[in-house]
Ligand binder design. Structure first.
Ligand code: ADP
Ligand code: MG
Length: 702
């Protein structure tokens, strides 16, 4: 009976009807009673607190007051047309202003009428007013679900124009609550509820919309957050169990000649202990008979490539081929060059396949792959095209994972009858809580140590008007034999303008650093790939001292002699991107610098980002800061990966403790009852289906 009512079309809720239902649906995705119930308020305001008009200032948050309209009238014409009403409560007078729905509001706010008024004070021409406040007749307030804490719901401009305001949504909730309260079936197992001492679903939903007290509101939030994160984790835990249970891995039984020869004769330096530890973890996974699905996290410059190389040697020692996939052509060809160099003298064949590999070359590569002659294939996502067939792919490595989605990962699986081992490498430091969730079905290895002798990069913020000083600094560094990156932002929507910035920048740098003393190279996404290659090579070989580019160099590029990273319009970059860019320097033994060029005027958030960069070099700290500033929602596309449903109430950044607890409980339950067959657990399957109708589909891909 409960699910029936939750699935009921929202238009059947008294007072809504088809037109409003349509709007709720298109604007907020609310289709059913259940959807409305889980449309949670974004904040609650204490309704017992009434302000006196004499106390009101422009910097107060949302306030409420009670007063009587003194006079009102429409003034202005065209776009300046507005309705102004003056309200008084005996301590003073306050102006209320509307720009829309004038006629309707005008009929409402007749002089002499009493109102409860809610709104956010703003200051205009040194006068405080309330723009588009919500008005309520104090006598007609709905009594039924009264609560001292008023819920506020997000709405849209379109909804507001159709008079579906936060308060109207609250009234809808009120009506719905009257129908369902006390009748909702529990959505967590009874045992789990008892153990965790969480509030029941009926109480939680009542109190999230109509808090009966501050304590109960807190409990309601805790319960709903737990539930949301618990199901997220349960989903992941089950996927992982399904994979490890079903899929047999290719056994890499031994470490052989290739690995040992490389280790003893080719390795240009001692491995860091973190690199050693990660290699052991990979050895253990690939030798275990299970299929490895591992995420390797390591800050920029921590030496992930070497770990990749040595893992591929283990694969080759066991007669298997490997693939190394990178997100850009530049990075792929750089990996190819590195591999050729450090593996020189070993009996291995390495190939490079990218979008610009010509047909003839492709054919040769394909033949060698099928015959097994080719041991290692490096490339871009050209690697996962149908036409590329391996004899026996044993290990697939994906560099800089955040550029690839789950779907691409899944395609690698289909390359063999037996799925290869998969190693995903990322320098985007992901906070633990997020890794647990986004990559919840991957095992995680961390390189938490940089190769010895690295000096932390010194980061400074220069305002645009100190360009002369910047050039002076660059000149000095070049005189010391160093190389310089200058990076310009490129944001799709305004491509033309961005390219103009880049080109102007290139010109002014070329003028300040003229030949024959200086060579300035340029690389950007619009160049042909051979021109890109030429520009890059000029810089890699040291012929060019300065490389002007867009963010094409963001990931992976390795030029140890480069010691200065200048980032133009740094305020336009996100934190993780800034950190990635900075990671391009500080790779050699020299002191390196990162100069963030910004304008004088910065938004608060931009200022915070720049400050974080100046204050710390620690990728994990930066990731945490990033998540607090932005929320995880748009972390470099990481999110498309693991998320079967939207988070409605919890926040991965702020609710990390609840997340960990929920994950623990999800593990305990699945261990005790892997198929979730016990009567108490029936509710779990039902809820999983409800939250994530495509679940069966999901468990099949990684
Ligand atoms: P990332 O983890 O960002 O991919 P790379 O693999 O490109 O980092 O390594 C960065 C630099 O550090 C490279 O020049 C590499 O040769 C060097 N490197 C890697 N491991 C070590 C080590 N154990 N000792 C010294 N240098 C190392
Ligand atoms: Mg790398």
């Amino acid at each position: 009976m409960q699910s029936d009512i939750l699935d009921k079309d929202i238009k059947f809720l008294p007072g809504i009807g088809p037109r409003r239902a349509e709007l709720l649906n298109s604007e907020l995705g609310i289709r059913t009673f259940g959807d409305l119930l889980s449309y949670y308020p974004y904040k609650h305001v204490d309704r017992t607190r009434f302000y006196k008009i004499s106390q009101i200032t422009g910097d107060l948050p949302y306030i409420q007051l009670e007063g009587t309209i003194v006079h009102s009238g429409i003034t202005g014409a065209g776009r300046n047309k507005r309705l102004t009403a003056v309200i008084s409560d005996g301590t003073g007078q306050l102006e209320l202003v509307w720009f829309k729905g004038l006629r309707w509001v005008n009929d409402l706010v007749r002089p002499g009428k009493k109102f409860l008024v809610y709104g956010k004070p703003t200051t205009f021409n040194n006068k405080v007013n309330l723009v588009h406040p919500e008005m309520e007749d104090p006598d007609k307030q709905e009594k039924q679900m009264r609560s001292a804490l008023q819920s506020f719901y997000n709405t849209s401009e379109k909804l507001k124009n159709n008079f579906i305001t936060s308060r109207v949504i609250s009234k809808m909730q009120n009506r719905l609550m009257g129908l369902v309260y006390g009748k909702l079936e529990e959505t967590l197992p009874e045992k789990l509820l008892a153990k965790t001492r969480l509030m029941s679903i009926n109480e939680a939903l009542l109190n999230i919309h109509f808090p009966q007290s501050v304590e109960k509101l807190k409990k309601a939030e805790a319960r709903l957050k737990f539930e949301e994160l618990f199901y997220l984790q349960l989903n992941i835990v089950r996927q992982k169990a399904a994979r490890t249970g079903k899929v047999r891995g290719l056994p890499f039984a031994r470490v052989g000649d290739l690995f040992n020869r490389f280790y003893h004769n080719h390795l240009p330096f001692e491995l860091t202990s973190a690199q050693k530890r990660v290699l052991k973890e990979i050895r253990r996974d690939t030798g275990s008979g299970k299929q490895m699905n591992r995420l390797l996290q390591g800050d920029v410059g921590s030496g992930k490539t070497l770990v990749a190389v040595m893992s591929m040697l283990i694969a080759a020692d066991n007669g298997y081929q490997s693939a190394l996939m990178a997100p850009t052509e530049i990075l792929a060809s750089q990996h190819f060059t590195t591999l050729q160099k450090i593996l020189e003298g070993l009996p291995l064949q390495i190939g490079l396949l990218t979008g610009s590999t010509v047909k003839k070359e492709r054919k040769i590569l394909n033949d060698k792959l099928l015959s097994g002659e080719l041991n290692i294939l490096v490339g871009t996502h050209a690697l996962i095209e149908e036409t590329v067939r391996f004899r026996e792919l044993g290990l697939a490595i994906i560099d800089e994972q955040h550029r690839f989605g789950v779907a691409q990962r899944a395609r690698i699986w289909k390359k063999n009858i037996h799925p290869p081992h998969v190693l995903v490498m990322t320098a985007t430091p992901i906070p633990r809580t997020l890794a647990m969730t986004v990559y919840g079905d991957l095992d995680v290895s961390v390189i938490d140590e940089l190769p010895p002798g690295r000096k932390p990069v010194i980061t400074a913020n220069y305002f645009d008007n100190r360009r002369e000083r910047l050039f002076g600094f660059i000149r000095k560094q070049i005189a010391l034999g160093r190389q310089i990156y200058v990076v310009y932002p490129l944001i799709k929507e305004s491509e033309k303008m961005d390219y103009k910035d880049l080109e102007d920048g290139y010109e002014s740098i070329s003028r300040a650093f003229p030949p024959p003393d200086y060579v300035v190279a340029i690389v950007h996404g619009r160049m042909k790939s051979e021109d890109k290659e030429t520009g890059m090579q000029q810089f890699v070989t040291g012929r060019a001292q300065i490389l002007v580019s867009t963010t094409v160099i963001e990931v992976g590029v390795d030029v140890p002699n480069a010691s200065v990273m200048v980032i133009e319009s740094a305020e336009r970059f996100g934190l993780s991107q800034l950190h990635q860019l900075r990671g391009r320097v500080g790779r050699g033994a020299d002191q390196s610098y990162c100069i963030l060029m910004t304008s004088h005027k910065l938004s608060n958030e931009a200022r915070q980002r720049i400050k974080t960069m100046v204050d710390t070099n620690d990728g994990f700290e930066i990731a945490e800061a990033d998540m607090k500033l932005r929320g995880p929602g748009d972390m470099e596309g990481t999110m498309q990966s693991g998320f079967p449903f939207d988070l409605k109430i919890s926040h991965l950044g702020r609710d990390s403790r609840i997340l960990e607890y929920a994950r623990e409980q999800a593990f305990i339950i699945t261990e005790d009852d892997p198929m979730l067959e016990k009567p108490d657990n029936k509710v779990l399957i039902r809820q999983l289906r409800r939250l994530n109708p495509e679940m069966e589909e999901w468990s099949r891909i990684s």
